[in-house]
Design a protein around this ligand. Structure first.
Ligand code: SF4
Length: 409
């Protein structure tokens, strides 16, 4: 098979994996070294950095042959799709060629499982080894980690890759047992734990060998099983706390032609994935817990964002006097982000905060209006019923854009 035909099949097969990101990677500086160049440490396939740059990774599978039969996956062994397999040196050459032509900032490499977990992981590691050691490649590398591969291979993967990811795929063991019978949440968590231990070693011992400087991430598929958003967020919260994950990625399930009956025939609303990303951002950056955002089982509302939903459900904590409240609480006000909360507190050292200051800080005035008090402003809607506020602030479909931070994933 021609290389370009393999590329077409194996790039297409990789598109379902949302877990590639390079945020948080320190710069691999090639100044004074004989490497092929340097990355700024940012990169995701056809996505945007916070400063608006479009960056890209060559995102491919080594092969879409697989001995597993995960029901939600287009590459499962029972799937009737065209198959292909790259040789290690083909991936190495493609990466170099694309990098030198400035098409990509790095490589995201995953694979179906062939022969055994160890064999597959050896192949993935060998690509990264050759790029780094033979070709002095200094671009970004994200390697998918096969959970039950030999820990020595995961160690080697971390030596060469900027980021490692182990996909948990589904939030509960029950769902994994039903839809991915060859997989096991316990094994997946053991692999994440092993990576975390090595990341801790690296952080505690500055002279320790480099290991996955951009940390580890994972992906959960949304809507392939019956798990609700509360379950998904609980799992994400546990993963962040226990395994020092940089990011959990959420990927809306896409039904595949000839999918088995065990998975839905329709995708979940794409907005559900977006609301999960927003809630995830609140877990990581704002100190919310999954239980605060969702006190009961169920899914996040689609018509309003999770922070607004929380504020409307906790009206007793508002309106908040921005001249007295602490920074963490100010950041919980809908329409005020982390940076604006910091600036409001800084401003208070000089003078009392006024309404127009919030506009100057580019806060979302419509959203925050019912929830704040300033030196010259008290909300007329302070006593308005939450349901009325909700209707007046529900996102119009055309306005449901991703938050800028999410585009930076
Ligand atoms: S292990 Fe499962 S999810 Fe991964 S490629 Fe194979 S069938 Fe797909």
């Amino acid at each position: 098979m021609e290389l370009k035909d393999k590329l077409e099949i194996l790039a297409d097969a990789a598109k379902y994996d949302a877990s590639c990101a390079s945020s948080g990677a320190p710069r691999r500086d090639s100044v004074g070294k004989d490497g092929l160049g340097a990355t700024t440490g940012m990169g995701i396939c056809h996505s945007y950095t916070p400063d608006g740059r479009c960056v890209s990774l060559l995102k491919i599978l080594l092969t879409n042959f697989c001995i597993y039969d995960c029901q939600y996956c287009v590459n499962r062994r029972s799937s009737n799709v065209p198959r292909a397999r790259f040789a290690v040196d083909e991936v190495v050459k493609l990466t170099q060629d694309f990098y030198l032509r400035n098409y990509i900032d790095g490589l995201f490499l995953s694979s179906g499982i062939i022969q055994s977990s160890d064999y597959t992981m050896e192949q993935l590691v060998e690509v990264a080894r050759q790029l780094r050691e033979v070709h002095k490649f200094r671009g970004y590398i994200h390697l998918k980690t096969i959970p039950d591969a030999d820990p020595r291979l995961i160690e080697l993967a971390g030596k060469y890759a900027d980021r490692l990811s182990v996909n948990i795929e589904l939030p509960t063991q029950d769902s994994v047992t039903r839809l991915a019978p060859e997989k096991n949440v316990h094994t997946i968590k053991l692999a994440m734990g092993a990576i975390r231990t090595r990341l801790d070693d690296r952080d505690d011992h500055p002279k320790a060998p480099a290991f996955a400087p951009a940390g580890q991430s994972t992906q959960m598929i949304v809507g392939a099983d019956a798990s609700d958003d509360r379950t998904i967020l609980d799992t994400a919260q546990t993963l962040y706390g226990s395994y020092k994950l940089k990011r959990v990625y959420y990927s809306a399930f896409s039904p595949i032609p000839q999918s088995p009956d065990s998975v839905p025939s329709a995708p979940p609303p794409l907005l559900r994935e977006h609301r999960l990303y927003q809630a995830d951002f609140l877990l990581r950056g704002y100190g919310f817990t999954a239980g605060e955002l969702m006190p009961a089982a169920g899914n996040l509302p689609l018509d309003i964002d999770p922070k607004l939903a929380w504020a409307l459900a906790n009206r007793d904590q508002f309106p908040l006097d921005l001249n007295r409240a602490d920074e963490a609480m100010i950041a919980r006000v809908p329409g005020i982000g982390l940076r604006s909360a910091r600036r409001i507190v800084d401003l208070r050292r000089l003078r009392r905060v006024r309404w127009e200051d919030l506009s100057r800080l580019r806060c979302s005035m419509k959203k925050l209006a019912p929830f704040v008090v300033t030196a010259d402003y008290k909300p007329a809607q302070g006593a308005a019923p939450s349901e009325l506020l909700r209707r007046s602030m529900a996102d119009a479909p055309a306005q449901m854009n991703l938050w800028p931070e999410l585009q930076a994933a």
